[in-house]
Design a protein around this ligand. Structure first.
Ligand code: ADP
Ligand code: ASP
Ligand code: MG
Length: 445
């Protein structure tokens, strides 16, 4: 029985022709994989974001365009400079230059997404050519045909009904008997303008396409052999987890584990599609399976860290026994599309963290809130999330955690709302040390 699989290859996996060849081999060895979703080559999106900002002086823009050209030319050179593709990529690079010049005069959100999307459009073209050179036939597919979104540029939300219908019509027949290569991260609004799903969004694209195709598995090929007990760049003794549940992995992604975009698991959970995370550099090293049920349910599974947190404390002396204050405050935040993450309350105040930076607290927002309460904004904080199972049910969990934190000024604690996490805010300067200490104490090898 064929097990339709969607594979996603991240930026480092497609950074050059050598890395792309490793991805090609993975696809050649897994004939069930009918759709491959690609990111832009590593570094490209950052360059495009800088160009799209319109803030660069002409010389800096020229330097960025040269760097971009070098990444693409390097891959084209390894492919022997095929004429048609070389011309096509050169046209895209000229288009990017023109769009960047426009952004320098008048940057707009729509222009931003149009520029940033070019990275995925180029990497997928190059990869199809690389596959052809290896006699692996594959067809290039413009995901914007099916990935309809709203027009909230840079953070667009996919329209699932449209996606499901269009995938059935456009993509499912294509991938029935051939390998399809398409773009992560990008989509299109109803009027045809290009949108993007937010940084790191290719994981989410792959899971959405897998859901719409009713695939049996999603593979996320990246630069680490699985999800680790914590970011291996932070703690050298972190180790890959063979398995983790959807709930735990969702918490990890939400609370900062960059290895998965936070929304990735929503489609997988809806369709109960297992997700595999592995390294395209060393596929033989295995990886992590994310599933509904896991064999083990340890109290502590992993630790995530999210930097640049903003803590907003709203105080109203007359809040005591008065109803409607919280509704008022949340109404203002909702009106300005400010999303709140964690909340704690006391008799006269409420503290909350935002899932964005302090820039969303514009003067208008502050003025509106100030009509109802006194405002305090704290920055330079980091959120640490301990992920595990039955954390709110097992006595002594808090003692184990907080005895490891005796010398840290913990600014806020959220515990009990989910059985899968215990979160707290600490000063950014202490964050890495705290993660290291907790990892040593709670997740010893
Ligand atoms: P890609 O470009 O393939 O999408 P990302 O850079 O977005 O890759 O994600 C992979 C990176 O995520 C790793 O290199 C690692 O530094 C980071 N990361 C953070 N937390 C974890 C974790 N718990 N397990 C594995 N990787 C993690
Ligand atoms: N290329 C995009 C980014 O760097 C999307 C992705 O890689 O997932 O954010
Ligand atoms: Mg990523």
């Amino acid at each position: 029985m064929s097990l339709l699989t969607v594979a996603k290859f991240g930026g480092t996996s497609v950074v050059d022709a050598e890395a792309m060849s490793r991805c090609a081999l993975i696809l050649e060895q897994n004939p069930d994989t009918r759709v491959a979703v690609l990111s832009a080559s590593s570094g490209v999106t950052n360059i495009l974001v800088a160009l799209a900002s319109g803030e660069q002086l002409p010389e800096a823009r020229a330097t960025l365009l040269t760097q971009l050209t070098q990444i693409q030319q390097g891959i084209l050179d390894s492919l022997g400079k095929p004429e048609m593709l070389t011309r096509h990529i050169e046209d895209i690079l000229i288009h990017i230059k023109e769009l960047s010049d426009s952004a320098a005069i008048s940057p707009t959100k729509a222009l931003h997404d149009e520029i940033v999307s070019q990275g995925e459009l180029m990497s997928t073209r190059l990869f199809v050519e690389l596959l052809r050179s290896r006699d692996t036939p594959a067809v290039w597919f413009d995901v914007r045909k099916v990935m309809r979104t709203d027009d909230r540029f840079s953070r667009a939300t996919p329209d699932l009904t449209h996606l499901t219908a269009e995938v059935e019509k456009e993509l499912a027949p294509l991938c029935a008997n051939q390998l399809v290569i398409t773009q992560g991260f990008i989509g299109s609004a109803q009027d045809g303008r290009t949108t993007t799903l937010g940084r790191g969004g290719s994981d989410f694209s792959a899971a959405l396409l897998a859901e719409a195709l009713k695939a049996q598995a999603v593979q996320i090929w990246t630069d680490v052999p699985g999800i680790y007990t914590t970011d291996p760049r932070l703690v050298s003794t972190a180790r890959p987890l063979p398995e983790i549940s959807f709930s735990e992995a969702s918490e990890m992604a939400t609370f900062g584990a960059k290895v998965l975009h936070p929304a990735t698991l929503q489609p997988a959970v809806r369709q109960q599609i297992p997700v595999f995370v592995g390294s395209s550099r060393e596929p033989q090293a295995g990886g992590t399976w994310i599933r509904n049920e896991t064999d083990s349910q340890p109290l502590f599974r992993a630790i995530a860290l999210r930097r640049n947190q903003v803590l907003l404390t709203l105080t109203n002396q007359s809040m005591f026994q008065v109803h409607g204050f919280l509704a008022e405050v949340f109404g203002i935040l909702a009106k300005h599309k400010i999303s709140v993450d964690l909340i704690t309350t006391s008799v006269i105040s409420v503290s909350l963290t935002l899932d964005s930076g302090a820039e969303v607290l514009t003067e208008e927002v502050r003025d509106e809130l100030a009509k109802h309460c006194h405002l305090q904004v704290e920055q330079d904080l980091a959120l640490i999330a301990l992920i595990g199972n039955r954390m709110s049910e097992i006595s002594g969990t808090g003692t184990q955690v907080f005895s490891a934190l005796s010398d840290v000024n913990v600014r806020m604690i959220c515990y009990g709302a989910s059985a899968h996490n215990l979160c707290f805010l600490v000063p950014e300067a202490d964050a890495e040390r705290v993660v290291d200490t907790l990892h040593q104490r709670l997740l010893p090898a």
